[in-house]
Design a protein around this ligand. Structure first.
Ligand SMILES: Nc1ncnc2c1ncn2[C@@H]1O[C@H](COP(=O)(O)OP(=O)(O)OP(=O)(O)O)[C@@H](O)[C@H]1O
Ligand SMILES: [Mg+2]
Length: 253
């Protein structure tokens, strides 16, 4: 049985002025896989997620979502096509409740052709969706609590929930454990394990224990390029990986 590719890119380069943050990067992630993207600070991991999600326009190279070339598709359309994204720095509205945050995560395209603010059924659909997502990320008990009142772990769950509101088939998660206290790590990992079901996940993470446990495969990046790809055991055994981290003076390695 061959598994189809859920998301891939070929020859993607990104420049910031003269600085080359990504150099002809090619990766592919098969449907249903969890692939971790690791590498020292500044390796280009977030830049790659930005290129894949369309947050960085005008990248060279080709990006495919399933069988569709999305290289020229703008960020909101990629989201509507099933590409979900979470951010390294928590990207939620702290003063709003969890319910309001989740509602905002719904793709406006779904409601564009109907005046949903006047249409009760539009609101009801959105609210039902927010409740279902809250259940999935275990936030039902705090739906009407302002996000700022929640622990970092639960704010991460809100962030994850936001990305789930548009029914993504592929999730790009950028350091979903960043800022989460030790006491909440297991809970947050369990959440990721849960939402991965039926989806494909490309995950940037510095917590190596988590990376080794959660991923089917690991891609190692350094200096805007792919250094290697392999299983947890293969990555751990590769002297080039050790060298990459030791040479970088990385804070999290
Ligand atoms: N908007 C930008 N303008 C200029 N340089 C940038 C910009 N965004 C990223 N860079 C640079 O591109 C390189 C890759 O950055 P990126 O954020 O992708 O690294 P990363 O692998 O995600 O690192 P970290 O683990 O610290 O999050 C870094 O040298 C960074 O300083
Ligand atoms: Mg980053």
């Amino acid at each position: 049985m061959t598994t189809s590719t859920a998301i891939s890119c070929a020859g993607v380069s990104v420049f910031f002025d003269d600085f080359r943050a990504l150099n002809k990067v090619s990766i592919d992630v098969k449907a249903g896989q969890v692939v971790a993207l690791i590498g020292p600070n500044g390796a280009g991991k977030t830049t790659l997620l930005n290129a894949l999600s369309g947050r960085l326009p005008q990248t060279t190279g080709r990006i495919m979502l399933g069988g569709t070339d999305i290289s020229r598709v703008p960020v909101h359309r990629r989201a509507a096509m099933g590409l979900g994204r979470s951010f390294q720095i928590i990207n939620i509205f702290p003063e709003m409740t969890v319910r309001e945050n989740l509602r905002l995560g719904a793709q406006p395209h779904k409601f564009r052709f109907q005046p949903f603010w006047r249409d009760v059924s539009g609101w009801r659909d959105l609210d039902e969706k927010a409740c279902a997502v809250a259940e999935e990320v275990e936030l039902t008990d705090v739906l009407d609590t302002p996000a700022a009142m929640l622990s970092h772990g639960r704010q991460r769950a809100v962030e994850l929930g936001l990305s789930l509101m548009s029914d993504p088939s592929v999730l790009l998660l950028d350091e979903p454990l960043a800022g989460v206290g030790q006491a909440e790590i297991d809970q947050t990992v369990a959440l990721i394990e849960r939402v991965r079901h039926g989806r494909t996940v490309l995950l940037v993470e510095h917590n190596m224990d988590v990376v080794m446990n959660i991923s089917d495969e690991i891609i190692v990046m350094i200096n805007g390029e792919i250094l290697m790809r392999g299983t947890a055991a293969e990555v751990q055994a590769d002297p080039r990986v050790r060298e990459a981290y030791l040479g970088s003076g990385d804070r999290d390695a």
